[in-house]
Design a protein. Structure first.
Length: 325
């Protein structure tokens, strides 16, 4: 979008701080799931503060996604290299008390990577990161966990897809829900649903014809046109903010809400009802505490994930940034 337009509509205090050299960056923060009587099971009503995970100079971390393997919890995330101006995927272990191991590079490409959806399927571990700047959806297979990944297939798409999550998984197919950004203003998004399945084997050729050449591509990506038609309009709320999760018997969908001039301002939690969603609550920056950060500095809550012990967010805040390695 037009940066001058955004600046003119920015709160004066924030504009002044940015003009004096402060940057908007992200941090990943973790806390135990609230269990005290009367606490809300979703992060809308406070409870304890989140504790930021350690990072490194020259990087910030966002898009936390949890994955468990052999009893160990792993956290995959976007690591934004400030000097290179692009993200890569890094991974660390995360103990029940929120203590993180060292970050390791899991996947890096010549273009920006973020939002690493990692999952098991048919006995193997896979990743679908955000590769919208490549105008593709890419499927990676893990060959050596957690840092060895190989590209299985690149699917060219007709738009810029971001923040892919799984909404269904069978032995033969995955159902993916992506957010597509509007070409002239990426604050606006709409949902796109796809089926990723094994490509059909070609049939026996008719007599006198040559058999088709093998493509070497084992999967195909099929758009769900009916879903697209229901969600054909771009808005400021149809952006995934983390994987679906269960709360009691309800399937909860965290989404990210932007404004016409600001990206990823707060989280909206909704219960899924087929293709429809019922809003439950919102997590606003002013109601989510991050230890060590002045609440006045926090200007966005961007992504959310959880398991049976921990819940994790990333927050956007203003600060002076060092880019030296």
């Amino acid at each position: 979008m037009n940066q001058l337009y955004r600046a003119l509509h920015m709160p004066p205090g924030r504009l002044f701080r940015k003009l004096t050299g402060e940057k908007e960056i992200y941090t990943i923060a973790v806390r135990p799931l609230p269990t005290a009587e009367g606490t809300d099971p979703l992060p809308a009503l406070g409870a304890g503060p989140y504790t930021p995970l350690p990072g490194r100079t020259g990087f910030w971390y966002a898009d936390p996604l949890l994955y468990r393997r052999s009893g160990t919890r792993y956290l995959f995330a976007e690591a934004m290299d400030l000097s290179a101006g692009k993200g890569r995927i890094e991974v660390c272990t995360l103990a029940d008390d929120g203590t993180a191991g060292d970050w390791q590079v899991a996947l890096e490409e010549s273009f920006h990577l973020s939002f690493p959806t990692v999952f098991d399927w048919n006995g193997e571990t896979w990743m679908i990161p955000e590769t919208g700047s490549d105008h593709s959806l890419r499927l990676y297979r893990c060959r050596e966990f957690p840092t060895g990944w190989e590209l299985v297939q690149r699917f060219a798409v007709d738009g810029e897809l971001c923040d892919t999550i799984l909404v269904d998984r069978t032995q033969s197919a995955l159902t993916l829900l992506c957010s597509e950004t509007k070409p002239d203003n990426q604050l606006f998004v709409r949902y796109r649903r796809f089926t990723l399945c094994k490509a059909e084997e070609p049939g026996e050729p008719l007599p006198g014809t040559e058999p088709p050449e093998p493509t070497g591509e084992p999967f195909e990506l099929l758009p769900d046109e009916a879903f697209n038609l229901q969600h054909r309009d771009f808005d400021l709320t149809s952006r995934n903010a983390g994987p679906l999760f269960l709360l009691g018997e309800q399937v909860i969908h965290p989404t990210q809400v932007s404004t016409k001039v600001d990206y990823g301002v707060y989280l909206q939690f909704s219960a899924r009802r087929g293709n429809s969603q019922v809003p439950l609550c919102a997590a606003m920056p002013q109601s989510v505490r991050i230890a060590g950060l002045d609440p006045a500095d926090v200007i966005g809550i961007h992504t959310y994930c959880r398991d049976d012990v921990l819940e994790i967010i990333d927050g956007r805040y203003l600060t002076k940034v060092k880019t030296d390695a």
